[in-house]
Design a protein around this ligand. Structure first.
Ligand code: DSN
Length: 659
């Protein structure tokens, strides 16, 4: 019998909340199967996540550990026989009791960060570290709060060219509370131009100059920035959120000891918990920044995240970590070269870090529409490659980005090397080159869209799956454990019949969808009725013959005699809306989205009508404009509809085209 006053809700997550447990399973499977190329994301070691969910989560610890611990070695910090008596006798700087172990873990994290970022001129004892910022934006805000006043001027890289929201973007607090001067890259070389930056600084006289970027792939010249900051009497703030891991490993120059203050998040290349760190070699800056973080910006620190940070910092001392960071940069460099060799333009002329910006404008549609970064990212995601749209030099709005940002940290953590990078580069290039951009007439300007060749998409999807399975991370979960990522072979391609269910989603009507996707007059069906039908390829050849059935309870069943896997994948792709389904009309798009799910083998007793070639006299269906239908491509005799039907289709087609 459980104690009736035990309110600890004991039990496993799967038992207490199966909904969230299932969501976590799906997200875990997504991360295992997709190739994640968001440069700011990492798959963090299990040990870090173990510390994150530890009992340190449960406490408040507003305030800071004793200053003396800053100059202690790790062994001294971990000397419980000294630290605990000290804690009991000397009131500490926290506002809460119960923080004796929180003090130690925070001091340990600070010390490890100081050791890892130490320089010959500034050994760990001379660095001041704050590990409390909850994330990058609060860290940067806390620096401003600590060092300058509202209304002062800050100067950072323009968001559209590689800066961050916290570097003075008008939509963020940094741009609302402070006057902003922005610098960018030289429009021709796409590199930082220090003469131009100096000129802006001399005019704007900022109190803080921020160097460090979210999408400029090269390292800045820290000393050049420092010289400019000194000349105008500004603090130099280095935001190395993206590259902190690279800096520790020595594959990216360190601003420590040059910049007055350095901030970085801990969950990017550092592969630690979500959080941030601020480091300075100046004691005057340190005391202001500490007050800026707490109580200026935040309340209680997340001690569990600080414990997890201590773990990730310990891992960062290892050769394995240094190899990872080096390989991350090597992979990005190789991928950039591969993409360029495959005819894609790499913005900024390459990379010197873990990220690549691809100029998608170079893929151009027949009507002259360039491929937008947004659509490119969406199509890559459909294939299992996750990245984000990103502005590149020349863009004027974050909403109309003409690039994508690809990062190599996560895939390198999973074990990608030269061979995998080459394959990945080919998959990305194949997919982007298979896109056909076009435009809708928008209210203010043309709205760019694109469609992609179905077979290329399927091939890339399979390639991504194989590549993903070929490297680390447990992919023992079968496809059944990830029902939401439909591979080409999810439905067995048996000679036998397969049944699919097609259902409405919200306002989208499965009947209208099937009217578009099938050759028969689906909308004439009454509840419970069946009719013979066909699924055609975009080119008009027959993908499958079958029977469509309208269910009394809503939705439809489609029983196909063969090729069930392709039919299922095709219908899902039509529902997603990004595949070319008409050889002459990229605008052709199925109503949707609808739910297409597999029912497995068909119950043949259920099918009550005979198969037949059906080409209903309706305005449109997929395949109607197919090449062989237009008489330009031979089709296999077995697939040919009878002459009369063929003529009727031609008449309908002509009517549709004239309308
Ligand atoms: N949002 C992060 C990035 O992706 O670059 C920066 O905070």
């Amino acid at each position: 019998m459980p104690n009736h006053r035990d309110f600890l809700f004991r039990g496993e997550l799967a038992e207490l909340d199966p909904d969230v447990a299932e969501l976590i399973r799906h997200e875990t499977a997504r991360q295992e199967r997709y190739l994640i190329m968001i440069p700011s994301e990492s798959t963090v070691p299990q040990a870090v996540r173990e510390a994150l969910s530890s009992s340190f989560h449960n406490i408040y610890a507003e305030g800071y550990p004793l200053d003396e611990t800053r100059t202690m070695s790790q062994a001294e910090i971990l000397d419980y026989n000294a630290r605990l008596p000290e804690y009991r006798r000397v009131a500490d700087k926290r506002y809460y009791k119960g923080t004796e172990y929180a003090d130690i873990v925070e001091a340990l994290a600070r010390r490890r960060a100081a050791e890892l970022f130490a320089t010959p001129q500034y050994p760990a004892e001379k660095l001041y570290v704050n590990v409390q910022p909850l994330s990058g934006a609060p860290a940067n805000s806390a620096i401003f709060t600590g060092l300058i006043n509202v209304g002062d001027t800050i100067m950072g890289m323009d968001l559209l060219q590689g800066g961050h929201l916290t570097h003075g973007s008008p939509v963020a607090r940094s741009g609302k509370q402070y006057k902003v001067a922005s610098y960018g890259v030289d429009p021709v070389t796409e590199r930082l131009d220090y003469d131009a930056i100096r000129k802006i600084a001399l005019e704007a006289r900022p109190k803080i100059i921020i160097a460090g970027f979210t999408s400029y792939p090269f390292a800045p010249d820290w000393q050049a920035f420092k010289d400019i900051a000194q000349e105008v009497g500004a603090y130099l703030m280095a935001d190395i959120a993206h590259v902190a891991g690279l800096v520790i490993a020595g594959v990216y120059p360190s601003p420590v000891g040059i910049a007055d203050v350095v901030s970085f998040t801990t969950h990017k290349t550092l592969a630690g918990p979500r959080g941030a760190v601020i480091i300075t070699h100046r004691s005057d800056v340190s005391s202001k920044v500490d007050r800026g973080v707490f109580p200026g910006e935040q309340g209680g620190p997340h001690v569990h995240a600080i414990a997890a940070l201590a773990v990730s910092l310990r891992l960062a001392y290892t050769d394995q970590f240094k190899q990872l960071q080096k390989q991350t940069v090597d992979n990005a460099t190789r991928l950039a070269a591969k993409l360029e060799a495959r005819g894609l333009r790499v913005a900024y002329g390459g990379t010197g870090s873990h990220m690549i910006l691809v100029d998608t404008k170079n893929v151009v549609g027949k009507d002259g529409t360039p491929l937008s970064g947004d659509i490119a990212a969406r199509i890559l995601d459909l294939a299992g490659i996750v990245c984000n749209r990103n502005t590149i030099p020349g863009d004027s709005s974050a909403l109309r980005a003409s690039g994508i940002r690809l990062g190599t940290p996560w895939i390198t953590q999973r074990g990608f090397g030269d061979a995998e990078i080459d394959q990945l580069g080919d998959l990305i290039a194949d997919l982007l080159h298979a896109c056909e951009p076009f435009s809708y007439t928008g209210k203010k300007r043309p709205e760019p869209r694109a469609k992609v060749d179905f077979d290329v998409l399927q091939r890339v999807k399979s390639g991504v799956r194989d590549l993903s399975a070929s490297v680390g991370i447990d992919t023992s979960a079968g496809d059944e454990d990830y029902p939401h990522f439909y591979y080409m072979d999810r439905v067995a391609d048996v000679e036998d019949w397969t049944t699919l269910a097609i259902r409405d989603i919200g306002q989208a009507d499965a009947g209208r969808f099937l009217q578009f996707a099938l050759t028969s007059d689906v909308q004439a069906l009454k509840a419970g009725e069946q009719q013979p039908t066909q699924v055609l390829e975009a080119d008009g050849s027959v993908m499958a013959r079958g029977v469509v059935e309208r269910l009394a309870e809503g939705g439809y069943l489609l029983h196909v005699e063969s090729n069930g896997s392709r039919v299922a994948t095709w219908l899902r792709a039509l529902s997603d809306g990004f595949v070319l389904c008409d050889p002459v009309d990229p605008y052709a798009k199925a109503p949707g989205p609808v739910d297409v799910s597999s029912y497995g083998q068909t119950d043949r007793d259920r099918v009550t009508v005979q198969l037949a070639d059906v080409y209903a006299p309706k305005a449109y269906y997929v395949g109607l404009n197919g090449a062989q239908f237009c008489g330009t491509k031979p089709r296999r005799a077995a697939d040919l509809p009878v002459d009369g039907t063929r003529r009727r289709r031609a008449e309908v087609h002509a009517g549709h085209r004239a309308a």
